[in-house]
Design a protein around this ligand. Structure first.
Ligand SMILES: [Mg+2]
Length: 371
């Protein structure tokens, strides 16, 4: 395969890839929804409210069971931006950070507008989904970084001191670019992270997470994926905090049975490297997706982000059929997420059949406009 995605895919390969894309996006959304109600609660508060085991099921947040938050919203716009980068390539333009930035600006509009503006055809399909126009405790750095049209870059990042988890939590989709070389995936994820988070840990953790997903989406085990992420990190200035956090997660696995206390030994997850470490640890020790996600949300920190990261990892690793069906059935926006996942898989595996110099499917360009 090449970065242009023009290689011919076999049918079994295509179906495996689609299952991992669906698993990654839906798994992340389920983890996000599971953690949504306890994002700002300590472990003691969680146990007082839900019993000694803590949270064991979806509970209402933002007025319903299964509500997703900003982590899922932004991840979906990452996917939208990546599809549009591929589609816009027909015009000779190739600068994916610009397309992802435009997608994030469309997300930012969902945080301040009442609903979609049907007159803006250039918004495309995702930004016309009314249910996405909801504020679900968005991170400050994301709001300010996308508060004007200027794009932050690695050379001139937005919020130079921010290392909150707001960039890493939305970066799984970069890893789904399975035709790309890992160093390009890492680079693109860090460039797009710097649009809101300028501290090296803020963007390097996003790059590392993308490389983890990239390995899993190609069928590698999680241990290998972690070694690949560490290898990508090692060459980057300022990587130590993120590398150390990943190594701590690996070390915690060897310390005994997983407990909430062991999760909390990795931090609270408000910062990028801690959120990544907790998500990775819970995915490493997970007996199944349900067990891993419950572990990832039952702690006194940023539960929806750590749940989302863990869900992205487990979904990419095991595919959509491993996700707990009862939780999937109640997931807010399930239809949109599934449709977007399938669109992404179609674009990456059959892009030339959808658009190109010889002609384009009008329905596709309406969903993912070139402008
Ligand atoms: Mg959130």
């Amino acid at each position: 395969m090449t970065t242009t995605g023009t290689a011919v895919w076999g049918r079994a390969e295509q179906q495996d890839f689609r299952s991992r894309v669906r698993g990654c996006l839906l798994g992340g959304a389920i983890g996000d929804a599971l953690g949504a109600s306890v994002e700002f609660h300590s472990l003691d508060e969680i146990r007082r409210e839900h019993g000694p085991e803590g949270l064991t099921d979806l509970v209402p947040a933002y007025g319903r069971r299964g509500a997703i938050t900003d982590d899922t919203q932004m991840s979906l716009f990452t996917v939208d931006g990546l599809i549009r980068a591929q589609v816009r390539r027909d015009t000779g333009a190739w600068h994916p950070p610009t397309d992802v930035h435009r997608a994030y600006l469309r997300w930012a509009a969902t945080q301040r507008e009442w609903g979609p503006d049907e007159r803006r055809e250039e918004d495309g399909w995702l930004a016309r989904q009314e249910w996405l126009y909801a504020r679900r405790a968005p991170g400050q750095a994301c709001l300010t970084g996308l508060g004007d049209d200027t794009m932050g870059t690695l050379a001139q990042p937005k919020n130079p001191d921010s290392k909150g988890c707001g960039a890493v939590m939305r970066s799984a989709p970069f890893g789904l670019l399975v035709g790309w070389e890992p160093q390009l995936v890492f680079q693109l994820a860090t460039e797009c992270a710097a649009q809101t988070h300028g501290h090296p840990t803020g963007y390097l953790a996003a790059g590392a997470f993308a490389v983890l997903i990239h390995s899993l989406a190609q069928g590698e085990p999680l241990d290998n994926a972690i070694q690949r992420a560490l290898a990508q990190l090692s060459a980057r200035p300022g990587h130590e905090e993120t590398s150390t956090a990943l190594k701590l997660a690996l070390g915690a696995v060897r310390q005994g049975l997983p407990t909430a206390a062991r999760v909390e030994s990795l931090g609270e997850g408000w910062t990028a490297e801690e959120a990544l470490a907790i998500g990775v640890y819970c995915a490493l020790v997970a007996e199944d997706v349900r067990h891993g996600l419950l572990l990832a949300v039952n702690h006194g920190g940023d539960s929806d982000s750590t749940g989302s990261i863990c869900g992205n990892l487990l979904g990419a690793l095991h595919g959509e059929t491993a996700l707990p069906p009862g939780w999937l059935a109640e997931l807010e926006g399930r239809a949109t997420i599934l449709e977007l996942a399938d669109d992404f898989a179609m674009e990456m595996t059959q892009g030339p059949a959808l658009h190109g110099p010889a002609g384009s499917a009008p329905g596709w360009l309406a969903r993912y406009p070139r402008s």
